[in-house]
Design a binder for this molecule. Structure first.
Ligand code: PRP
Ligand code: ZN
Length: 299
């Protein structure tokens, strides 16, 4: 790996993950001289540059050392890892964080009139997919012999064209399947956007940048689900009230001047706070409840 003093992150140029990827990096304090049409964005706030590429190219760019990190679907990463494994190589990249956006699933889908009950029915059929390794792996584990038809795109049209009996493709909203008279039959992989890195960490200034970025990403992910909940209650009701809330850190409890048994409480909660939560808290003795979004967090 050649020494470099600027970090490079590969993200999807245009597609499902692009905006959310840029948004995540912006929340991590990275600012780029934006040129949407260019492949390279220079980082202005930190020595971290962006490469805008096809999502399928992200793992390879990390493997070649062209990039240090990448944001890509777990489906792409695992498909290419299996590809390396089949070629007898260890994958040169790995998932370091699940990023909590771009949720979808790699699923087996069958024509609406196909009465699917279990994988055994797939024996001898042709299944079209852009994920031949993940599909073959799933079929092998299910003990099914089927023909995997590898297509680079427009997989969902294969059954109508007669080139396959069913498909294995990404499903997010399900609109593409519905539009093609297909029905989801089995989930092969749950996927979301992940941060990928090389298996070897760089032995120069980039290592520190990667560590810092990971800490910031953890903070951003944490903040997304965190709420600061504040209330007042009798000290004796504290445990019962705290148990009603989604798990978080231990609350900070302050006594209220002149009111012996009353306390004022602050708690960071890792999860949504609903009206139901507030009403239950109120019944348990809480008053003056406030729920606030958390803007930034660093552990
Ligand atoms: C996927 C997949 C389907 C569509 C499903 O393609 O191949 O065509 O999304 O989404 P839906 O359930 O919301 O309709 P994607 O847009 O990710 O493009 P790519 O696979 O070519 O990168
Ligand atoms: Zn793609």
């Amino acid at each position: 790996m050649s020494a470099r003093d600027r970090l490079r992150i590969a993200i999807q140029k245009s597609g499902r993950l692009s905006d959310a990827s840029i948004d995540l990096l912006a929340r991590c304090g990275l600012k780029f001289r934006r040129s949407r049409d260019k492949l390279f964005c220079f980082g202005e706030s930190l020595p971290v540059d962006l490469l805008l590429v096809r999502d399928d190219d992200v793992p390879g760019m990390i493997a070649q050392g062209v990039c240090d990190l990448g944001i890509v679907g777990r489906n792409v990463l695992l498909e290419q890892a299996l590809d390396s494994a089949n070629a007898g190589d260890g994958a040169a990249f790995r998932e370091v964080r699940a990023l909590g956006f771009g949720h979808c699933r790699l699923a087996l889908a069958v024509p609406e009139e196909f009465a699917y009950a279990d994988a055994a029915q797939l024996g001898g059929l042709r299944i079209a997919t852009s994920y031949p390794n993940l599909l073959a792996d799933w079929l092998r584990r299910a003990g099914v012999q089927a023909a995997v038809v590898t297509l680079s795109g427009s997989v969902e049209i294969a059954p109508r064209l007669g080139t396959a009996d069913c498909i294995c493709d990404l499903v997010s909203s399900g609109a593409t399947l519905a539009a093609n008279q297909l029905r989801e039959a089995a989930i092969i992989l749950e996927s979301e956007a992940v941060l990928a890195a090389g298996t070897l960490s760089p032995a120069d200034a980039r290592a520190e940048l990667i560590d810092m970025l990971l800490r910031r990403i953890d903070g951003v992910i944490q903040v997304r689900v965190s709420k600061l909940v504040m209330w007042q209650s009798p000290r004796a009701a504290l445990d019962a009230i705290t148990r009603l809330l989604p798990q978080g850190q231990r609350p900070t409890v302050t006594s209220i001047e002149g009111q012996d048994n009353q306390v004022s409480v602050q708690a960071i909660c890792n999860g949504a706070i609903t009206w139901q939560h507030l009403e239950d808290m109120q019944r348990a003795g809480a008053r003056q409840m406030l729920v606030l979004p958390v803007e930034q967090m660093l552990a």
